[in-house]
Design a protein around this ligand. Sequence first.
Ligand code: TA6
Length: 304
Amino acid sequence: MENQIESLNAQFALTDELRFQPGENGLPKAQINNGLASAEVYLQGAHITAFQPRGSEPVLWMSSLAQFQRNKAIRGGVPVIWPWFGPHAIDKHKPQHGFARTMEWQVSTTKTLPDGSTLLQLQLNDTSATRALWPHAFELNLTITVGTELTIELTSRNTGEKTFTAGGALHSYFAVGDVKKIHIDGLLGRHYIDQLDGNRIKQQNDAVYIREEVDRIYFDTEDTCTEGICAIFDAQLLRQIYIKRSGSHTTVVWNPWENKAKAMADFPDGGYRQMVCIETANAVDDVRHLAPGETHTLSQIIGL
Ligand code: TA6
């Protein structure tokens, strides 16, 4: 572990701005601190676990019971979901939400940008372990830019000989003061699949309020958030978190509420009050079909 950290810092550290160090449970992470913001990214899953613009409260929610076990999903932050969203369509024994979030990614680039932001790029390629789960050759790049905004770009490339179909999501957990005192704009008029009511299709006729368990996949939301603001209005923290997305026609909104929170070992019982997930996704019919050599980029820009 120490050699890995030393080698990473020798190759990729940026003086006083980006360094690698052992994180929770010794898992390697990048610690980013620049004049604009701070952030943390674990190599396991290319998992962003913190983002905090200077002078603001943390933007992402992390579970206090997150387990940071090798090859296990980390609860909170921004899990990278790929190459399928939700349970595997055929084999329920395959990991929920795919394998990208539990594999160790490689660092490919670090850079200080002219505006003072910090860029970190991580890469995941197919291995015998991934091919055993999903029989395709791929290159996955996650490009993270930490500045006054957090920009996350997940680019998948088909490096094989046959077309593949991939879904995914940037499964972002946002920190709120009290979920009962927020509302979410940007989804008005959109239809959604209510995963808690027999996958019935419903229409959003108001802002989104969270007063019970919510698990919805909004669709035909292409550019919803860039046309208007897809945003969390937080009356307790007196702030608005906006989310702009591209490469996605589906947006997932999730809050486990009390019972589901209690049922998850890595989720504190009352934690549902301080978080909401708004996920930029390629889910359901929005999966992407990539021919050999083709790429797709799913991206999310988060700001205050
Ligand atoms: O965010 C939507 C969702 O698919 C929910 O149904 C819930 O399962 C959540 O993801 C968390 O999934 P995870 O596998 O991280 O526990």
